[in-house]
Design a protein around this ligand. Structure first.
Ligand code: M6R
Length: 369
């Protein structure tokens, strides 16, 4: 079943390009987004004043990435909430709220209970799910499936990138229904999305050996930090979660701008820090801020591994290692930047001789609250 791969996770990371291509397939027509599952469901999006995304773990990080796209493209405020937190407070939701749940398995009890709770409060519900006919989509008004294929490894990888792709399709669909984007602007983003599978493939082909080597040298590391800004922030959180899950190494993700508000105190000589560097083409300001963050932590002895776009020379004098991703539009970058982090977590787990697919204490699907 592993098709010659040493683990399900390695197979599933190698399938990230395909997971995205399959999620886009049949939903794009001549630069326009046409999601058959949402045909005739325009009223689901009419008159909504906010979107609340509910999910757990990696799916919640996909939701955090999706927030940037839904707000930017469809101009609706989005809150992303952990399902188990949402469910046990008194949220302000009602018929004007679209609750979007995200779940690979479609069986996560925390998320399911939150969806039921949202429906009881009169909210409209849409689920993004990877498992046909699972409980969460059955309990929702609408579903947009990710077509990542079965994911076996406990650590979610190809489902994560497929969830982001599905959220982007949804954001563009809602942008059209609400008239917040021109057909041409939508077509440009669609074009960018269609290029993602080949770009991920390039990262897998060119960076895998170096990342495995890096992970090998870091096998005794006790703690790794991840920094990002904007859409790079949820990617930092995802990088940290993957490392905790399968390498049992203390890892934390931070918004890079938050560093001086506390976390910089953690930086001591030799501390490995992954930094996701945004493209200078999209925002010179954001880029320069991240480059100065690298300088600040390096001055305190951090060992910096930057993830930066091809040709970004500003990171060369500042970072210890630079992992490259192809050029892409700003909202596409997270789909690329996460790939080295998935490879790194897998490499480190392998270097430590651990069971990559079945980490201790964890189940693939958490069906208890
Ligand atoms: O099946 P779900 O997407 O609802 O699962 C949610 C989380 O349990 C899941 O993403 C978990 O965080 C993964 N093990 C992360 O790699």
């Amino acid at each position: 079943e592993k098709g010659g791969w040493p683990s399900f996770m390695s197979k599933e990371v190698s399938e990230e390009p395909e997971a995205i291509a399959n999620t886009l397939r049949g939903r794009i027509n001549n630069g326009a987004v046409e999601i058959p599952e949402l045909d005739g469901l325009d009223e689901l999006f009419e008159g909504i004043s906010r979107v609340v995304v509910i999910a757990c773990g990696t799916a919640a990080y996909a939701g955090q990435v999706g927030k940037y796209a839904i707000e930017q493209w469809a101009r609706i405020p989005v809150d992303v909430e952990l399902a188990h937190e949402f469910r046990y407070r008194d949220p302000v939701i009602g018929p004007d709220t679209l609750v979007v749940s995200i779940s690979q398995s479609g069986e996560t009890m925390d998320t399911l209970m939150a969806v039921k709770f949202a429906r009881e409060r009169g909210a409209r519900t849409l689920s993004i799910c990877n498992t046909q006919g699972a409980t969460i989509p059955r309990e929702s008004d609408a579903v947009v499936y990710t077509h990542a294929g079965p994911e076996v490894a406990v650590a979610s990888t190809k489902a994560f990138v497929a969830q982001i792709a599905a959220l982007y399709l949804l954001a563009l669909h809602v942008a059209r229904v609400r008239g917040t984007m021109s057909a041409q602007a939508i077509a440009e983003q669609v074009g960018e999305l269609e290029e993602v599978p080949a770009k991920i493939q390039r990262i897998l082909d060119t960076e895998s050996p170096r990342i495995a080597e890096l992970a090998h040298w870091m096998a005794d590391t006790r703690s790794v930090l991840f920094l990002g800004r904007h859409v790079g922030f949820p990617i930092a959180l995802e990088g940290a979660l993957k490392l905790k899950e399968i390498s049992y190494i203390h890892a934390e993700g931070f918004a890079a701008g938050e560093l001086k508000h506390g976390p910089i105190a953690l930086i001591e000589p030799g501390q490995p820090v992954f930094v996701i560097v945004p493209s200078p083409r999209a925002s010179a300001l954001l880029h320069s801020k991240v480059v100065s963050t690298i300088e600040e932590i390096r001055a305190r002895g951090a060992r910096v591994i930057a993830i930066a776009e091809e040709g970004d020379a500003a990171v060369l004098p500042t970072a210890d290692e630079v992992l490259r991703i192809p050029l892409a539009a700003p909202l596409i970058e997270p789909l690329l930047a996460v790939v080295p982090l998935h490879l790194f977590a897998m490499g480190l787990s392998t270097a430590k001789g651990l069971d990559v697919d079945q980490p201790r204490n964890l189940a693939k699907s958490v069906t208890v609250e």
